[in-house]
Design a binder for this molecule. Structure first.
Ligand code: SF4
Length: 183
C-alpha cells in the first residue's frame, strides 16, 4: 500500500473512531489534511465549531491567521500538513482531557510517520505538552527541539495570537525563524 493510501485509510478510521466520549458530541471528526510529501507539519489543539461543522482543520478565525502567517513565509496551505492533537471537538472548546489526549495522540503520531516531515511545528501549550512534554510556550517558543529523530519547532496557538497583539507579534517573529531554517 502506498503512503497516500495508508493515510487515507487512517483518516477513514478517524472518521468512525469512538475511542473517547468526544465522538458523542462531534458533528465531524477532523483528521487533518495536506500533501503526503509536506516538509512542514503543523499540530494544533483540537477542532473548533467551524472545523466540527466542515470536517476541515483550521478553517475558522484561528485558521485564517495561521494560513496568513504560512503565506507570509512564502508557503501556502496546500504546501503543508495541518493536524491537531484531538480529532473531535471538545464541548464548548474546553481544554482537552489527558485521557482524550492519550487515546487520540496515536493518530497524529501515525500521520507524522507517514508524512515524515522535515519540521513539526507545535502550536501552543496542548500540542507542546502532548508531543514533547511540559514546556511553557512562553519560554519555549521560537526554538527547535530534537527528539526521537525528529525536529520540532515550538510557537503559540493562533487563537492566543488572536487574543493578544503582542503574542501575534511574537508568533510572527517565530515564523521568520522557521522561514530562515527552510532557506
Ligand atoms: S477525539 Fe480522537 S480518540 Fe476521541 S473519538 Fe475523536 S478521533 Fe477518537
Amino acid at each position: 500500500m502506498t503512503r497516500e493510501k495508508e493515510l487515507n485509510a487512517l483518516h477513514e478510521i478517524i472518521h468512525s473512531c469512538r475511542l473517547c466520549p468526544l465522538h458523542e458530541t462531534r458533528t465531524n471528526a477532523v483528521p487533518g489534511e495536506g500533501p503526503i510529501n509536506a516538509q512542514l507539519f503543523f499540530i494544533g489543539e483540537a477542532p473548533g465549531a467551524q472545523e466540527d461543522d466542515t470536517g476541515k482543520p483550521f478553517v475558522g478565525r484561528s485558521g485564517k491567521l495561521l494560513i496568513s502567517m504560512i503565506e507570509e513565509i512564502g508557503l501556502s496551505r496546500e504546501d503543508v500538513f495541518i493536524s491537531s492533537i484531538l480529532n473531535c471537538r471538545p464541548p464548548k472548546n474546553r481544554t482537552p482531557k489527558l485521557s482524550e489526549i492519550e487515546l487520540c495522540r496515536p493518530y497524529v503520531e501515525k500521520q507524522i510517520e507517514l508524512i515524515n516531515p522535515r519540521i513539526i511545528v507545535l502550536l501552543g501549550r496542548v500540542a507542546i505538552y502532548s508531543i514533547v512534554g511540559p514546556w511553557k510556550v512562553t519560554e519555549s517558543h521560537g526554538r527547535f527541539f530534537e527528539a526521537k529523530g525528529r525536529t520540532y519547532f515550538m510557537t503559540f496557538h493562533p487563537a492566543a495570537a488572536l487574543r493578544s497583539s503582542s503574542v501575534k507579534d511574537l508568533m510572527r517573529a517565530d515564523f521568520r525563524i522557521l522561514q530562515s531554517e527552510l532557506l
